[in-house]
Design a protein around this ligand. Structure first.
Ligand code: SF4
Length: 465
C-alpha cells in the first residue's frame, strides 16, 4: 500500500508556510527566488511544486541568481555530466554567498538522494544551507523555516520507500500545458538505471485525485495534460489500471489533449493500444523505449521483454492507430555489447522505422548493477556506432513524416517557431512539431494547419481559417 502523507502533516506544513511568510514580509523588499530543475519531466513537475510553496511563502521569482535571496537546484542523477554541471554551478555560488550572507542556497532532487553525493556537498560546499531528498519534498517549508529560526544548515535525506503527498501548491510554468504525476518511483531495476534507488518503490495516486486535478486544469483552460510516471503502464490506483484511468479522463468534456510518459514495453498491453485508438483526446503517440535490438543485451539490462514481443506491440499499434507517431530510446554501448549486438539494434531501427528516437551512449551510474559489469568497448568505438545509428534514424524520420504532406493537422500552438523565428510552433495530436504562419493570439489555442514541407524532425505548414 502506498504511504500517503496524512492530512495533519499537510496542514502542519501549511503552518510552516505561514511562518516563513511572516519572516519574508519583514524583508525590506519582495524576496526573490531563483530555482532550476534539471532532468526529466518528473523533476520539472517537482520544481513546479517547490515554486508553488515558495510563492505561498512570499517569494517572487527571478531568472538571475545574482538578484536572488534564495537559490535552489533541483537535481537529476541519470547522467554524470548533469551531476558535474550542478557541482560547477554550486561552486560558482560561493562569491554570491560571500557578498550576501543572508542568501539561502538549497539543493534537492535525485542526485542528493545518493549518500556519497550528499556527503560531498556537505564537505566541499559549506555555504549550502539546505539539502533535502526526493522523499521529503513536502517538508520543504519546515526545513526553510528552521534555517530562518535556528540559522543552522539542514540535511534531510531519510531512507524511505517513498510517499504520496496530495495538496502541495503548484506554480505551473505554462498557462495551457500541465504535467500531472499519476505515480511515483519504480520497481523495475533496469541494470543501468539509478531511478529506483533515488525515487523509491512504485506507488500510484488515487484515480479520484488525478481526475479532479485534470478536470480543474481543463476548467482553467489548460489544453494539454501530460500524465507522468516512470512506468505509467503499471499504474494501479485502488484497482483502477492505466487504460481505465485514461478512459475516465477521456470522458471529460472540452477540447484538450492527453499525453503520457513513459511506457514500459513489458507492461504495454493490446487493450491500452485499443483505448488510445478509440479515444477522443489521447495523443496518437506511443513512446516505447526499446533500449536495444539484441535479446541478449535486453536480458543484461533486466528489461523483461524480448524483441519478438516488442515487434508484436509495434505491429498492433500501427494497425489500430494508422497515424501513430512511434518514438523510442536507445542505449548504445551497454557493458558487454558487441558489434553484432549493435547490428541487431540497427536492424530493428530499419525494420520499425521510428518517427524519432532518443539515442544515448551508455553512461555509467555508480550504485547500479551495470556499473559493475565489464565494459571493454572504447568510447571512440561507441561513438562510431552512435553515428551509424543516427544516420539510419535520420532517414527513417524523414520517410515517416512524408505521409503528412498535404494533410491538415490540428495543432496546439505553443509559441515562436522552431524552424524559423518568424513562424509559430506547436504539436499535433501525434505530438509532432509543426511550424506555421501564426501570430501571438494563437498561443495556447488549437489551429488547423495544412502541411506544406516535411523535415526529418518537424513539419511546416499554413493555417487554414
Ligand atoms: S523502468 Fe527502468 S529505466 Fe525506467 S525508471 Fe524504472 S528502472 Fe529506470
Amino acid at each position: 500500500m502506498p504511504q500517503f502523507v496524512s492530512d495533519e502533516e499537510v496542514k502542519e506544513q501549511g503552518f510552516f508556510m505561514k511562518r516563513v511568510c511572516a519572516v519574508t514580509h519583514m524583508f525590506d523588499h519582495v524576496p526573490l527566488a531563483y530555482t532550476h530543475s534539471y532532468g526529466c519531466q518528473q523533476n520539472v513537475s517537482d520544481g513546479e511544486k517547490i515554486n508553488g510553496m515558495l510563492y505561498r511563502m512570499g517569494y517572487d521569482f527571478t531568472d538571475d541568481p545574482e538578484k536572488a535571496d534564495f537559490i535552489l537546484y533541483n537535481t537529476c542523477a541519470v547522467r554524470e555530466n548533469a551531476e558535474n554541471r550542478v557541482f560547477g554551478n554550486l561552486g560558482a555560488l560561493k562569491h554570491l554567498k560571500n557578498r550576501n550572507p543572508n542568501l539561502i542556497i538549497a539543493v534537492c532532487g535525485c542526485m542528493v538522494q545518493q549518500q556519497h553525493i550528499a556527503d560531498r556537498i556537505k564537505k566541499t560546499f559549506p555555504f549550502v544551507d539546505l539539502v533535502f531528498g526526493t522523499h521529503v519534498l513536502h517538508k520543504f517549508p519546515e526545513h526553510l523555516y528552521s534555517i530562518f529560526a535556528e540559522g543552522k544548515r539542514v540535511y534531510s535525506l531519510p531512507e524511505s520507500e517513498g510517499v504520496i503527498c496530495e495538496g502541495i501548491p503548484v506554480k505551473r510554468d505554462s498557462k495551457f500545458k500541465a504535467s500531472v504525476p499519476i505515480m511515483y518511483g519504480c520497481n523495475n531495476f533496469c541494470t543501468y538505471c539509478i531511478v529506483p534507488y533515488v525515487r523509491g518503490r512504485e506507488r500510484s495516486r488515487n484515480p479520484e485525485e488525478i481526475i479532479s486535478e485534470v478536470s480543474g486544469l481543463i476548467e482553467k483552460g489548460y489544453k494539454e495534460i501530460l500524465l507522468l510516471g516512470q512506468n505509467v503502464n503499471s499504474y494501479d490506483g485502488n484497482g483502477v489500471d492505466f487504460k481505465e484511468l485514461l478512459k475516465k479522463l477521456d470522458n471529460l468534456e472540452g477540447e484538450f489533449k492527453i499525453s503520457f510518459m513513459t511506457s514500459h514495453p513489458k507492461d504495454c498491453s493490446f487493450e491500452l493500444i485499443d483505448t488510445i485508438a478509440e479515444s477522443r483526446h489521447i495523443s496518437w503517440h506511443l513512446h516505447l523505449p526499446v533500449q536495444s535490438g539484441s535479446n541478449r543485451i535486453l536480458k543484461l539490462m533486466n528489461r523483461h521483454y524480448d524483441i519478438e514481443h516488442y515487434l508484436s506491440l509495434v505491429e498492433y499499434a500501427r494497425k489500430r492507430i494508422p497515424e501513430l507517431q512511434l518514438t523510442t530510446d536507445i542505449i548504445v554501448g551497454f557493458p558487454g555489447e558487441t558489434y553484432e549486438d549493435f547490428c541487431e539494434t540497427l536492424e530493428l531501427m530499419k525494420k520499425v522505422k521510428y518517427d524519432s528516437a532518443f539515442t544515448f551512449i551508455y553512461s555509467k551510474r555508480e550504485g547500479t548493477k551495470a556499473a559493475e559489469m565489464d565494459d571493454p568497448i572504447s568510447e571512440e568505438e561507441k561513438g562510431k556506432w552512435f553515428r551509424e545509428l543516427l544516420e539510419v534514424q535520420g532517414k527513417s524520420g524523414e520517410e515517416a513524416y512524408k505521409k503528412y504532406e498535404g494533410k491538415v493537422l490540428r495543432v496546439l500552438c505553443e509559441g515562436k517557431g522552431r524552424t524559423d523565428e518568424s513562424l509559430y510552433t506547436g504539436k499535433s495530436r501525434q505530438n509532432i512539431i509543426v511550424d506555421f504562419n501564426g501570430d501571438e493570439q494563437h498561443i495556447g489555442k488549437f489551429v488547423d494547419v495544412k502541411i506544406t514541407k516535411v523535415l526529418n524532425w518537424a513539419l511546416v505548414g499554413e493555417i487554414i481559417q
